[in-house]
Design a protein around this ligand. Structure first.
Ligand SMILES: [Zn+2]
Length: 543
């Protein structure tokens, strides 16, 4: 049971007591004269927003005043953007994402091996709201590569953990099939993470395409269903695979499981080969009432680390990639000069990130038309001496992928240029994730993603005519912040004020299910569906 903060109780009181006399006000902040847009109700009107504490108390056309007045004339006032796919919770990256209008960052793909450790670490120390999935890759690294659970607790350090798992020259998590004992241990850690409040059950199976039995995926999706959690996957047989197959084959694996289980599913960055087909699949399943949706980032290049399993010597995927054309050094922004130089750097610096071209340019112009889809940047932290860049770091020092600074800037610029209704893009950026998690009972998402009275005041104020990314793959410009977003609030506190990120505030809240005080029992509820069901005499040994 959740206890509401005192401010909410006061707010409720105010809703009743103050509604007839708004001039007496008492608002901490008022945002006036903006185009207030709510993607859930489709409310779209010039109005004034009154905030008390962490809540939106009033949305009205009447004049209101408060402790601080923001004039939003000519600007859209919308629910803060919810990024469903962030692997970095570091200070600089949060600042960069705040400037892009983001108020919540969640990892539904790579995840953590230790949900309790992750939430403890970020409590009271986060600019933006933060939420974490229990993750296949880090759990496999703990169980199969012997990594420390704490080391694999935070995807901000994912490049370190991948490097550590590869230290003996063999990333067991990525390429090996677990023993039956390891399978059980993996499942147990997953269930513990769910009990600890993970927002999703997350899998980067695309990085372990040949080491993961389909039954392992089915088990993970059964676990997710058992607790009604979202299952997130970077599906296998992706664009770097040499198989004569469409990408959608690996996606159909998790979709089939979800359909059989009536489970919830988010498909990570669907924008590879077959994306239009996968989009249609998810739209048709949404029509049938299933909690299934996709997510994308607006970029034709991916951003793995140089020793990502698909690029290790001898891997079949290398046949489809031209290292001197498709693979870019993040330090120079240019392709590698030779295969030798690439493999030398892979040996010397396995955690180093790279950019890799995976998709044709024209797709970038097609994706913004997709509806009811989440938008995320898939940020991976740039680690300096093993640590994420501190919040004070200048934007020009960033060497990560430019999409991390400009994802929402890009999609809103595209929407403007293509004449896509603003509400459609606000729906994608703010409401889609909140809507689906609301259906799955996540309270933190039932009070976000909406511009409505009583909701948490996570708000982004932007100029629809000006909003655009300024980041580009060019030394010094990778981290340039999005323009046209003067104000961003998290829980009623400014994290961007007059276009400048605030460095001294940490209003970010945990996005998390309540902790359940049970032990994992690994009961996947599948007895009734086994071939011996109803015939106890033929039940196989060991079940
Ligand atoms: Zn991914």
């Amino acid at each position: 049971m959740r206890v509401f903060p005192t401010t909410f109780v006061l707010t409720l009181f105010c809703l009743v007591a103050c509604s007839t006399d708004r001039a007496s006000d008492g608002y901490d902040i008022v945002i006036v004269n903006g185009r207030v847009m709510d993607p859930e109700t489709k409310f779209d009107q010039i109005a004034n927003v009154g905030i008390v504490g962490d809540r939106i108390v009033t949305i009205t056309t009447a004049g209101i005043s408060g402790g601080r007045t923001v004039d939003a004339t000519g600007h859209a006032v919308v629910p803060g953007f919810i990024n469903t796919h962030s692997h970095s919770f570091g200070g600089f990256d949060q600042k960069m994402m705040a400037r892009d209008g983001t108020t919540t960052i969640l990892d539904t793909e790579l995840g953590s091996a230790a949900i309790d450790v992750f939430y403890d670490r970020h409590a009271g120390n986060s600019l933006l709201n933060y939420g974490m999935g229990i993750g296949h890759e880090p759990i496999r690294q703990v169980v199969m590569d012997g990594l420390d659970r704490e080391l694999a607790a935070d995807p901000t350090y994912a490049l370190n953990t991948r490097g550590a798992a590869q230290e003996d020259g063999h990333s067991s998590w990525a390429v090996d099939v677990p023993t039956p004992e390891q399978r059980l241990q993996i499942l147990r850690m997953f269930e513990q993470g769910i009990l600890d409040g993970a927002v999703a059950v997350a899998s980067t199976v695309g990085y372990m395409s040949y080491g993961t039995p389909t039954a392992e995926m089915f088990d993970l999706q059964k676990l997710a269903k058992k607790y009604d959690r979202l299952f997130g996957a970077h599906t296998r047989f992706g664009p770097t695979d040499p198989l004569p197959l469409d990408y959608s084959l690996g996606t159909r694996e998790v979709i089939a499981n979800a359909v059989a289980l009536d489970g919830a599913l988010i498909l990570s960055h669907i924008i590879n080969q077959g994306w239009d087909e996968i989009y249609e699949l998810t739209r048709r399943l949404q029509e049938k009432g299933m909690v299934i949706f996709s997510e994308y980032y607006p970029a034709i290049t991916g951003n793995p680390n140089i020793s990502t399993p698909q690029l290790l010597p001898g891997r079949p995927e290398l046949e489809t990639i031209e290292i001197t054309k498709d693979v870019f050094s993040t330090t120079t922004g240019k392709p590698y000069e030779s295969e030798e130089a690439f493999f030398k750097e892979q040996q010397e610096n396995p955690a180093k990130p790279i950019f890799i071209t995976l998709r044709p340019e024209e797709w970038l112009e097609q994706w913004p038309y997709m509806k009811d889809i989440a938008i995320a940047n898939d940020v991976v932290a740039v680690l300096v001496d093993g640590e994420p860049m501190p919040i004070e770091t200048d934007y020009s020092e960033y060497t990560g992928h430019p999409r991390n600074a400009g994802t929402y800037g890009i999609v809103f610029r595209q929407a403007r240029e293509k004449g896509i209704p603003l509400m459609e893009m606000v729906n994608n950026a703010s409401y889609v994730p909140a809507k689906y998690w609301s259906m799955l009972g996540l309270e933190a998402m039932q009070e976000r993603g909406r511009m409505q009275e009583g909701m948490i005041a996570d708000i982004t104020v932007f100029d629809p005519e000006q909003i655009a990314e300024t980041s580009a793959m060019m030394t010094g410009q990778n981290g340039s912040p999005t323009e046209g977003i003067p104000y961003v609030l998290v829980a009623g506190q400014f994290v961007v004020d007059q276009g400048v990120a605030k460095l001294d505030t940490r209003p970010g809240r945990p996005i998390r299910y309540p902790v359940i005080q049970d032990e994992p029992d690994l009961d996947l509820g599948d007895e009734a569906f086994q071939w011996w069901a109803g015939y106890p005499d033929v039940r196989p040994e060991g079940r």
